[in-house]
Ligand binder design. Structure first.
Ligand code: NAD
Length: 307
């Protein structure tokens, strides 16, 4: 198939690009390299790469020509980056998604897989793992724009039959991730024997999903029609203190774990708890993420840090 990936040079996008090239698809990546290029050389030589902005309709429209599927992953993200750039964050989400939808319609693209976020659940405090039916509580420009786009895609499905899947990723980690995110940041601090800095008490929990599992789900979902919102979660709750301890032990680091107050601008992101249910994913594609955080961290350690 011919597939366009926006944001394909980023963390998740570069892993997806590599996998889809291996599977024999024809890949076009559109990325403005805001976060650099994470696609490896061999894969890069096998794709069409366009350094451009998803906010530019003409570029998106031209690249969508002849495509079967679009993975729309281009976004501005990272807690501090978003807090400092709320307008650009919204623009890339809202204008970018409008362009992708319009280009898909113009060119008869049969499906859009859109990267949404578990951040949409906000402070929705519930006892068990979050299902897609839980009332969402977006509190940041980023999460708000993601929710807006989910509804926008749903309305296009209703009105024009567009097939669209909104992927609610839960803390993806692994190969090619940069230290805007907590797992690589802790690895970097631990391997340099610097303080591992945890915001707050470290008792806040997250559901960490390994990159290969995430990509497997994204690829299998290409075969699902209709409109769906779907969690991609590992269903395991880890607190941040335990994450720091695990990385410290794995790297045999002499770092101290220090607990610092979260900057005010992070407040809306610092939810106490977040764990997702993958039941719907399982129903749709008979697969759910299985790599435990211990194993995922070991894989990162062995491929990147072990001497
Ligand atoms: N990493 C996670 O845990 C996570 C969690 C929830 C949702 N997501 C979503 O998944 C998608 C991929 O995230 P990621 O972790 O790979 O992030 P990333 O920052 O590594 O990748 C995003 C890519 O988008 C590109 N980009 C940004 N603005 C652009 C623009 N205007 N035009 C073209 N390209 C642009 C960047 O250069 C980057 O390569 C994003 O939509 C993100 O919101 C990620």
């Amino acid at each position: 198939m011919k597939i366009l990936i926006t944001g394909g040079a980023g963390f998740i996008g570069s892993n997806l690009t590599e996998r889809l090239v291996q599977d024999g698809h024809e890949i076009i990546v559109l990325d403005n390299l805001l976060r650099g290029n994470k696609i490896d050389k061999d894969t890069f030589s096998k794709i069409k790469f366009v350094n451009g902005d998803v906010r530019n309709f003409d570029v998106v429209n031209e690249l969508a020509s002849g495509c079967d599927v679009i993975y729309h992953f281009a976004a501005v993200l990272g807690v501090d980056v978003v807090a400092d750039n709320p307008v650009e964050t919204m623009d890339v989400e809202v204008i970018g998604t409008r362009n992708v939808v319009q280009a898909a319609e113009n060119n008869g693209v049969r499906k859009i897989l859109y990267a949404s976020t578990s951040g949409i659940y906000g402070h929705s405090a519930i006892e068990s793992a979050l299902t897609e039916e839980v009332l969402v509580d977006p509190r940041t420009s980023y999460a708000m724009a993601k929710r807006y786009n989910e509804i926008y895609l749903a309305s296009h499905h209703e009105e024009k039959g567009l097939n669209a899947i909104a992927l609610r990723f839960f803390n993806v980690y692994g190969r090619n991730q940069d230290n805007r995110m907590v797992v690589p940041r802790f690895f970097e601090q631990a391997t340099e024997n610097k303080n591992i800095t945890v915001f707050g008490s470290g008792m806040q929990t997250r559901d960490f999903t390994y990159i290969d599992d995430t990509i497997e789900a994204c690829v299998r979902l290409m075969d699902v029609n209709g409109y769906h919102i779907v969690n991609i979660a590992n269903e395991a709750e880890w607190n941040i203190k335990r994450l720091a301890e695990e990385i410290k032990e794995l790297t045999n680091s002499s770092s101290e774990i220090s607990f610092i107050e979260a900057p005010k601008k992070r407040y809306d992101y610092e939810v106490e708890r977040r764990v997702g249910s993958s039941d719907k994913l399982m129903k749709l594609i008979n697969y759910k993420p299985e790599t435990t955080l211990q194993n995922g961290l070991k894989l990162i350690y062995e491929s990147k840090y072990k001497k």
